[in-house]
Design a protein around this ligand. Structure first.
Ligand code: NOJ
Ligand code: NOJ
Ligand code: CA
Length: 719
C-alpha cells in the first residue's frame, strides 16, 4: 500500500487506474536480491510441459481432455510437465547456480487441438492463449502456481513469466470450428473470437508473407495466429491489467514474446505500466533471421528506447557459428564489438546458445567439448546468460534437423555431476562474486581463428578468459592483462583443462602474462576481485525506463553506508543504502529524456549511468497523416514533436518516431508512446534515403493525449 500512496502523489486518478488495474491483493516483495536487473543472474529457460511431471493428476484435465499423450509419440501434445514438477526440481537448479527461471507461458491455452495435416496440435508450449488471467490446467492450479513462486523465492530464484500479447491462438477466418477460432476470454468470460469480431479485437489482414516488411510483421498474422489489436481499448486494458495481476502474484520479470510483431509504441506503454507497478525487468524476443536482417536497426532502437531489453539473437548467431559451425573467433569478437556499439544497454541483453525455436547446440555439432566452451563463453561474456533446459544433460534429438518440436524433448534426468553442470555452476558462482562479468567492459587480449582471450573489467575487478576451440595446442606469448602481478588459479579448477597464470608487473593496465600453452579444447578463467574501492562506481541502474515516483535500483561498488544519489542532477530520496546497492525513488523535477544517475559519498562522485526519464505515465497513441508528401523508394515519413517521447522536434531518424507505415500510401501512421493527459505539439517530416529532411508546412498540430487507455489522431499533411 505504501507503493500506491507514493504513486497517488504523482498520478491523476485516471492514470492510476490504468497503471494498476482493478484492486488486487498486492503481495510482499519477492525475497530475491534484485528484480530490477538480471545482470548478475544465471537464467534457465524451461518448457514447463517438458521438464518434470510433478502432479499426474492434471495430465488429462476434464476441462480439456484428450490433449495428453502418455506415450510421448505425438510431440505436439502435452507430455505431463507442470508447475509442481518445476517446484520439485528447484534444488537441482539452485545447486547449478540458477538464479532466475524463465518458464513457458503459464496462462490458459486452447482447450481443443488445432489439427494440421491430420495431426492434433495442443498448446503445450503455451503460446496459444485463450485467457490471460487463468493458469493452464495441464500445468496446475493457481495455488500450484503460487506455490512454485513461493518455493522459487525461498531458493533465491526469480520467476520470469513468458507473456505473449501479440496473439491468441490459431484461427481460420473461413472456418469457425477450427481450433478455438482464436477466442479471447477475460477471467473466464468470453469476449470474442477471430471469426466473429464485432469489437475489433483482432487484425484481419491475413498471414505474413514478407518477414522483412515492417508493416506486415506488425499488422498481419504470425502464421495463423489471431493477431491482437493492442490499440483496441479492451485488448490494451486486458493485456496490461492481466500482466500486473501476475506481477502481484509474485512474478519477478517478463519475457515478452514476438516483440517484432507489435508496435514499439504500444510496447513502451506496456513496459511503463508494468515497471511503474513493480520493480522488475522485461526482455523481448526479437527474432533475427541473420546478422544482416533488414529489421536489425529497428531491433536496436526497440532495445534502446522501449524499456524492454532483447534476447541477443545477433550474438546467438555468432556463438553458433564460432563454436558450432567452425567459424572463426575473429568473427565472434567482431559481433561483440558491433553489438557493443549498437546497443545502449548491452549488459542487459540476454545471451543464449539455443532455445525452443532452433536446433539444440548438440544437434548442430555433436561435440561436448565445444558445448562446454560455448557455455564458458556465454557465462563470461557481457549480457545475462540463459541456459536452455537440458543443455547441462546433453539433451538433444536430431530428428529432421532437430528444430521445433524435436528441440523440446522431455528432460532426461537431473544429474549434478555432468561436466556441463559443473562448468555452469562454477561460472555462475563467479558471476555473482566478480562484478566484472555482470557490469564490466570487454576487451579482446589475444586472438586467432581458434583462440580467443578476452578480459572483462569493472574498475579494478578483472576476469580474464582463454578459450582454444581448435584441434591443436596454442602457445600463448605476448599476452597482456589488467590482472595485477601475481599467480591466478583457474576458476574452473581445471574442469576444462585450464591451469594457473602468472602475471608480472607492466604499465598502463598492460601487465605481461608469462607464456603458457592452451591445449586443444581448453578453457581457463582467471579472476581478481579486490576489496571495496574508496570512490563509488556504478555498474547498473534498473529499470532503464523510469519516471518520477518509480523505484530505481543502483548497483556498484564503494557506496559506503550513506551519501547522495542524484537523477539528472536532482537529489533522490533513498529507501535503502548498502555498499553495493541503493534503492531510490526517482524525484520530480528531472528533465524528461536521458538522465544521468550519480552517487556521491565522502570518497567522491561516481561515473554517471543513463536512464530514460519519461515525462509522465504513458499511453499509446496512433498518429496518422493523410496525403503526405510524395516519397520515392527508400524515403520515409517520421513524426516529431514537443515532448521527449516524440523526439523533442528532432529530425534525426533514430530519435524522431518512425519510419511510419504506409500500407495505404500516401496515408502514413505510427503508434507512439506519449505522456498521458498531456497536450502535445507535433508535425510530420520526410527523410529521404539520402538523409534530406523536409518538414510539412503550416502551424504545429496539437493533440491532448488521454489520461488512460489508447488514443488516435488523424491530420492531413500541410502543403
Ligand atoms: C516465439 C516463440 O518463441 C515461439 O515458440 C512461438 O511459437 C511464437 N513466438 C509465437 O508465439
Ligand atoms: C521545430 C519547431 O519548434 C516547431 O515549432 C516547428 O513546427 C518544427 N520545427 C518544424 O518547422
Ligand atoms: Ca486448457
Amino acid at each position: 500500500m505504501q507503493r500506491r500512496s507514493r504513486l497517488t502523489a504523482v498520478l491523476s486518478a485516471g492514470v492510476l487506474l490504468a497503471a494498476l488495474g482493478p484492486a488486487t491483493s498486492v503481495r510482499a516483495d519477492a525475497p530475491v536480491s534484485n528484480r530490477a536487473s538480471l545482470k548478475q543472474d544465471l537464467c534457465y529457460q524451461i518448457v514447463t510441459d517438458r521438464f518434470f511431471d510433478g502432479n499426474t493428476g492434471n495430465n488429462n484435465p476434464t476441462k480439456s481432455p484428450g490433449l495428453y499423450d502418455s506415450t510421448k509419440a505425438n510431440w505436439k501434445l502435452y507430455w505431463g510437465g507442470d508447475f509442481a514438477g518445476i517446484q520439485a526440481k528447484l534444488a537441482y537448479l539452485k545447486n547449478m547456480g540458477v538464479t532466475s527461471i524463465w518458464i513457458s507461458p503459464h496462462v490458459d491455452n486452447i482447450d481443443k487441438s488445432a489439427v494440421y495435416g491430420g495431426t492434433a496440435n495442443a498448446g503445450y508450449h503455451g503460446y496459444w492463449a485463450r485467457d490471460f488471467k487463468k493458469t493452464e490446467e495441464h500445468f496446475g492450479t493457481l495455488a500450484e502456481f503460487d506455490a512454485l513462486i513461493a518455493a522459487a523465492h525461498s531458493n533465491g530464484i526469480k520467476v520470469i513469466m513468458d507473456w505473449a500479447p501479440n496473439h491468441t491462438s490459431p484461427a481460420n477466418p473461413a472456418d469457425s470450428t477450427f481450433a478455438e477460432a482464436g477466442a479471447l476470454y477475460d477471467n473466464g468470460t468470453f469476449l470474442g473470437n477471430y471469426v466473429s469480431d464485432p469489437n475489433g479485437y483482432f487484425h484481419h489482414n491475413g498471414g505474413i508473407t514478407n518477414w522483412d516488411d515492417r508493416y506486415q510483421t506488425q499488422y498481419l498474422n504470425l502464421a495463423d495466429l489471431a493477431d491482437l489489436e493492442q490499440q483496441n481499448a479492451t485488448v490494451n486494458n486486458l493485456l496490461k491489467t492481466d500482466a500486473n495481476y501476475w506481477m502481484d502474484r509474485g512474478v519477478d520479470g517478463v519475457r515478452v514474446d514476438a516483440v517484432k510483431h507489435m508496435t514499439a509504441g504500444w510496447q513502451k506503454s506496456f513496459a511503463d505500466t508494468v515497471l511503474s507497478h513493480k520493480d522488475t525487468t522485461l526482455f523481448g524476443e526479437w527474432y533475427l533471421g541473420s546478422q544482416s536482417d533488414p529489421l536489425y536497426a529497428d531491433n536496436v532502437r526497440f532495445a534502446n528506447t522501449s524499456g524492454i531489453s532483447v534476447l541477443d539473437f545477433y550474438m546467438n548467431i555468432a556463438m553458433r557459428n564460432a563454436f558450432g559451425s567452425g567459424g572463426s573467433m575473429t568473427a565472434l569478437d567482431a559481433a561483440i564489438t558491433k553489438t557493443g556499439q549498437d546497443y545502449k544497454y548491452k549488459e542487459n541483453l540476454i545471451t543464449f546458445i539455443d532455445n525452443h525455436d532452433m536446433s539444440r547446440f548438440l544437434t548442430l555439432n555433436n561435440n561436448q567439448s565445444l558445448l562446454h566452451q560455448a557455455l564458458a563463453f556465454m557465462l563470461t561474456v557481457r549480457g545475462t546468460p540463459c541456459l536452455y533446459y537440458g543443455t547441462e544433460q546433453y539433451l538433444h534429438n536430431d530428428t529432421s534437423g532437430g528444430g521445433d518440436p524435436w528441440n523440446r524433448p522431455m528432460m532426461p534426468g537431473f544429474s549434478e555431476t555432468t561436466t556441463a553442470y559443473q562448468v555452469v555452476k562454477k561460472l555462475s558462482a563467479l558471476r555473482q562474486t566478480n562484478p566484472a562479468l555482470a557490469w564490466g567492459t570487454h576487451q579482446q587480449r589475444w586472438m586467432n581463428n581458434d583462440v580467443y582471450i578476452y578480459e572483462r573489467k569493472f574498475n579494478n575487478d578483472v576476469v580474464l578468459v582463454a578459450i582454444n576451440k581448435g584441434a591443436s595446442a596454442a602457445n600463448i606469448t605476448g599476452l597482456n592483462t589488467a590482472l595485477p602481478a601475481g599467480t591466478y588459479s583457474d576458476q574452473l579448477t581445471g574442469t576444462l583443462g585450464g591451469g594457473s597464470l602468472t602475471v608480472t608487473s607492466g604499465s598502463g593496465g598492460n601487465n605481461p602474462a608469462n607464456a603458457f600453452t592452451l591445449n586443444a579444447g581448453n578453457v581457463a578463467v582467471w579472476s581478481y576481485h579486490p576489496g571495496e574501492p574508496s570512490t563509488p562506481q556504478i555498474g547498473s541502474v534498473g529499470p532503464t525506463l523510469t519516471r518520477a515516483g518509480n523505484t530505481i535500483t543502483v548497483e556498484g561498488r564503494g557506496f559506503g553506508a550513506s551519501g547522495t544519489l542524484k537523477v539528472g542532477g536532482v537529489t533522490a530520496s533513498t529507501t535503502s543504502w548498502t555498499a553495493n546497492r541503493i534503492k531510490a525513488t526517482v524525484p520530480a523535477g528531472v528533465a524528461a529524456g536521458t538522465a544521468s544517475v550519480t552517487v556521491t559519498t565522502s570518497g567522491g562522485t561516481s561515473n554517471g549511468y543513463d536512464v530514460i526519464n519519461e515525462s509522465a505515465a504513458q499511453v499509446p497513441v496512433t498518429f496518422t497523416v493523410t496525403n503526405a508528401s510524395p516519397t520515392s523508394v527508400g524515403d520515409n515519413i517520421y513524426l516529431s514533436g514537443s515532448v521527449s517521447e516524440l523526439g523533442n522536434w528532432s529530425t534525426n531518424k533514430s530519435v524522431a518516431i518512425g519510419p511510419m507505415l504506409a500500407p495505404n500510401y500516401p496515408t502514413w501512421y505510427v503508434t507512439a508512446s506519449v505522456p498521458a493527459c498531456t497536450t502535445i505539439q507535433f508535425k510530420f517530416l520526410k527523410i529521404t534515403s539520402g538523409g534530406a529532411v523536409t518538414w510539412e508546412n503550416g502551424t504545429n498540430h496539437s493533440y491532448t493525449a488521454p489520461c488512460s487507455g489508447t488514443g488516435s489522431t488523424t491530420v492531413g499533411w500541410q502543403y
